[in-house]
Write a protein that binds this ligand. Structure first.
Ligand SMILES: [Mg+2]
Length: 184
């Protein structure tokens, strides 16, 4: 088994690991929760099993705490332990004055209190605004909306391994990571 790094990997849930929708897609969902039809992103289980050998794992979603807890319970392979499973109650509500609406932001300073330095934390999200205040920690991925051919988790896995040993996550240019992996 490979050595785990000293990094914490914080994963978003909706459109990053799963897609949940109240109106079903053309194919049957993987499972249901409440009124939602839930689809796992292709390769999800293998991604979690593989990446957990290299990073300490957390989930942080801006959905309700109860939803997050239930979904995470269902998608988590037995061998995986989460360091944090956080929902909306840990987010900070922010106002976007340009668009005149509100959104929930994940402030990684809150994770710092759990023993990880900001230099050691990677946050993966499909919504840039939710990780805005921790831009240097963020790896943005394409949103998953149910496409069965989606391969994003495979590319993400390979990219994350390149960050495993860097001493300061925030010093690494992460924009364009996907194109660099596609060209490998
Ligand atoms: Mg999301």
């Amino acid at each position: 088994m490979p050595d785990k790094s000293d990094k914490l990997l914080v994963l978003d849930l909706d459109e990053t690991l799963i897609h949940a929708t109240s109106s079903p897609l053309a194919v049957p969902p993987d499972f249901q929760f409440d009124l939602y039809h839930v689809y796992r992103r292709p390769g999800l289980e293998q991604f979690l099993l593989n990446i957990s050998q290299h990073f300490t794992l957390g989930v942080w979603s801006s959905a309700s705490d109860e939803y997050v807890e239930e979904i995470v319970k269902t998608i988590t392979p037995d061998a995986i332990e989460w360091f944090i499973v956080w929902g909306r109650s840990r987010c900070t509500i922010k106002r976007d004055y340009t668009l005149d609406n509100y959104y929930f932001e994940k402030k990684l300073e809150k994770v710092k209190n759990k023993g990880f330095k900001l230099e050691q934390i990677i946050i993966v999200d499909d919504s840039p605004e939710k990780a805005r205040s921790n831009y240097g920690n963020a790896v943005y991925i394409e949103p998953f909306e149910g496409n069965r051919e989606d391969e994003e988790l495979r590319y993400l896995h390979d990219y994350l391994l390149t960050l495993k040993e860097v001493s300061n996550i925030r010093a690494v240019e992460k924009r364009g990571w996907r194109n660099r992996m596609l060209n490998c």
